[in-house]
Design a binder for this molecule. Structure first.
Ligand SMILES: Nc1ncnc2c1ncn2[C@@H]1O[C@H](COP(=O)(O)OP(=O)(O)O)[C@@H](O)[C@H]1O
Ligand SMILES: [Mg+2]
Length: 412
């Protein structure tokens, strides 16, 4: 018998183990953001509404601008892409010239970059920086007019553009039809921030939201259907316990009604199952996945906060722990502010105003770490009550990684 050569490549064990371990995934890709579903259950109303609005393209007329809004993971991007894809096919069939541009303002977040990006869609070359923004805008208009087309621009996560660079770009875009002679532009704006309308320039708002389509968070039942469709494509038969999908749907509905988080949870539960060498995904794996994801999110959010927000979060945490000891709940904005001032004092830092701190509390709320609800205190007026929406243990751990804050977290 030939002697088995023992190799000292450390990867040998890893690969052998991987190849021998049970496979739960048939196609992991359908549970990632890259996958674009061709069926969107529970979004028929929104698909039809957007379809009706944009359908005038099929007769060669410019559609109204339309504004889609709802929290993250409610299917806005998926619906917009689905409708535009179908519309472009139909328009071609009808012999109308239509073009679309999809811009994600998460990455394209300055006025210059928006117009440069639009130029790229028309194959007009502009440098990444350097030209005056007006010049880029003019080149875009000229090129677009030459094409003699109906141009639909999807501006996704539009709230991020306005927060970073103001309303100027949108103002120019909503006015562009007065400059163009042959082509026409329609805008599909998408926002995750429901308060977006409050800080948008009213002139821009009124032309941007000629039509509006609202996306509500998904219910547990709806998430159940969405997950079932995906699970069929993603996993081998018999690899998923019957209790798993209802559990994930319930968790995701309770937290945010966010389909992305629900799908992520399903994927990570599958990954943990495979990594453990188990052959069936069970509720135990879901809970492990939930914990892992929450830990990642909290630490990512907390470590990237500016120091003043970290200090504020520490203050809220300390007050919250104090309340918890006495079986009380909820920290008021006032309590948090007092504690924050004390911490600033220790740190020899200039405290921010109470007004600014209120804004930072709203930001922490948007980031999904805390929830700040306005409550009435009878004749004492109204205040905000702050509670944590993620495990306080994880908040503590994430803040502790900051050396300067660690000492506060452990004193009483
Ligand atoms: N009704 C639906 N059916 C199937 N998948 C959906 C549905 N709604 C959302 N998704 C999926 O959930 C994830 C988040 O959706 P997305 O459209 O990106 O949300 P939003 O743009 O509102 O944040 C994507 O992977 C998307 O494919
Ligand atoms: Mg989106």
């Amino acid at each position: 018998m030939a002697e088995v050569q023992k190799s000292d490549n450390p990867l040998d064990d890893v690969f052998t183990e991987f190849l021998q371990s049970p496979r739960v995934f048939k196609n992991r890709d359908v549970l990632t953001d890259r996958y674009i579903p061709d069926k969107l259950p529970h979004r028929t109303t929104q698909i039809k509404a957007l379809g009706y609005t944009l359908a005038s393209i099929l007769r060669g007329a410019r559609p109204s601008n339309v504004f889609l809004y709802g929290k993250t993971g409610t299917g806005k991007t998926a619906v917009a892409k689905f409708v535009l894809k179908n519309l472009a096919a139909k328009a071609k069939e009808q012999g109308y010239d239509m073009s679309t541009a999809y811009i994600n303002c998460h990455t394209v977040d300055t006025n210059y970059r928006v117009f440069a990006e639009l130029c790229h869609f028309l194959d007009v070359k502009v440098p990444f920086t350097g030209l005056p923004t007006d010049e880029v805008f003019n080149r875009f208009c000229t090129a677009l007019d030459e094409k003699n087309t109906l141009f639909v621009i999807v501006m996704d996560e539009i709230d991020l553009l306005v927060k970073k660079s103001g309303s100027e770009t949108l103002y120019q875009l909503t006015r562009i039809n007065t400059v163009l002679e042959k082509s026409r532009v329609s805008i599909v704006g998408i926002s995750n921030d429901l308060k977006f309308k409050e800080y948008l320039d009213p002139r821009v708002l009124s032309s941007l939201s000629e039509e509006e389509i609202v996306f509500r968070p998904y219910t547990a039942q709806e998430l159940n259907d969405i997950l079932n469709d995906r699970a069929h494509m993603a996993f081998n038969d018999g690899c998923i316990d019957d209790a798993v999908i209802p559990l994930i749907a319930a968790i995701a509905a309770r937290e945010h009604g966010d389909a992305r988080r629900a799908i992520d949870l399903l994927r990570v539960a599958g990954e943990i199952t495979e990594r453990n060498g188990d052959s069936i995904i069970t509720p135990k794996h879901v809970r492990m996945a939930h914990d892992a994801i929450e830990r990642n999110t909290v630490s990512e959010v907390v470590t990237t906060l500016p120091i003043q927000s970290k200090l504020l979060l520490t203050a809220i945490y300390l007050q919250y722990r104090e309340r918890e000891k006495n079986d009380e709940t909820g920290v008021t904005t006032g309590d948090a502010y007092q504690q924050y001032i004390e911490l600033c004092d220790y740190m020899r830092m200039e405290p921010l105003t109470q007004r600014r701190i209120s804004e930072l509390i709203n930001e922490l709320d948007l980031l999904g770490i805390i929830s700040a609800r306005v409550v009435s205190r009878g004749r004492y007026g109204r205040t905000k009550q702050i509670t944590f929406t993620v495990s306080t243990r994880l908040v503590h751990d994430a803040l502790s990684s900051d050396i300067g804050l660690k000492k506060f977290l452990n004193f009483s």
